[in-house]
Design a protein around this ligand. Structure first.
Ligand code: ADE
Length: 253
């Protein structure tokens, strides 16, 4: 008999979580550490859905509770990110193959970005789980208009999304100036995108040996225009993308 699996679904934004909950037929709320954890099923698979909250510490707490209190044996994280890499455009997706904390700097005691006492800056995601999530994204988003409607596609001038795979940088800062994103590009040339939580969840999952995958929809280019229409983009695009991808993922299991 296959062992029962329980997947933690972490959403960065409330709109995404609402779209997830709308697809769970039987969720029950449990409040722990000031957070609502929603325990139920999706296509017959056990899931626990929760909002990450914003920033690395909040996201680490959420991940630790998911693992220790709710016993999830893998975590899938969805949200938005600012694009850094060449050709990573608004409406594309970045599937993380690893994370780094761009604001970790204990130099000169340790090299810049290295997390002290771990001997590393980078925390990798799980290859098999990420590959499955990437397949789900490609199949779910082949036709964005089918997921979003033609109006949203036109409003945000969206194209068929590309799914890029690579490094994501996390830090406790919304990057909203061209100078800051240029500095990040120079310091971390491999980083495709920037957000505020993934590296923290990756580190907790590393500590607890729990497979982790993360997929972020690019909402902005982390430049001077980054805050424009961010909330509207989440409402109209990112939350629908996340739900459609997770739907395809759970169907495929
Ligand atoms: N999430 C989405 N866009 C972002 C940005 N520009 N900086 C940090 N986190 C983000």
């Amino acid at each position: 008999m296959k062992p029962t699996r329980r997947t933690g679904i972490v959403s960065a934004m409330q709109q995404e979580l609402s779209a997830v909950l709308a697809r769970m037929p039987d969720e029950q709320r449990q409040r722990v550490a000031g957070r609502d954890f929603w325990v139920g099923h999706w296509h017959g698979h056990e899931v626990v859905a929760v909002l990450s909250r914003v920033g690395k510490v909040a996201a680490a707490t959420t991940a630790a509770v998911l693992i220790e209190r709710f016993g999830v044996d893998r975590i899938v994280f969805t949200g938005t990110a600012g694009g850094l890499g060449d050709g990573v455009r608004v409406g594309d997706l970045v599937l993380a193959d690893g994370f780094v904390q761009h604001d970790m700097d204990a130099s000169p005691l340790f090299p810049r970005f290295e997390v002290p006492l771990y001997g590393r800056a980078r925390f990798d995601t799980d290859g098999a789980l990420s590959a499955a999530l990437g397949r789900a994204a490609r199949s779910a988003l082949a036709l964005p208009a089918a997921v979003l409607g033609a109006d949203a596609v036109a409003e945000f001038a969206l194209h068929a999304p590309r799914v890029h795979s690579g490094l994501i940088a996390s830090g406790d800062r919304f990057v909203a100036t061209s100078a800051e994103s240029a500095a990040l590009r120079q310091a971390l040339p491999a980083a495709l995108a920037v957000e505020m939580e993934g590296a923290a969840v990756a580190q907790v999952c590393h500590d607890c040996a729990v497979p982790f995958a993360a997929l972020r929809t690019i909402s902005d280019r982390a430049d001077d225009a980054a805050h424009v229409d961010f909330m509207r983009f989440i409402d109209r695009v990112a939350s629908h993308y996340s739900a459609a991808i997770l739907e395809a993922y759970f169907r495929s299991l």
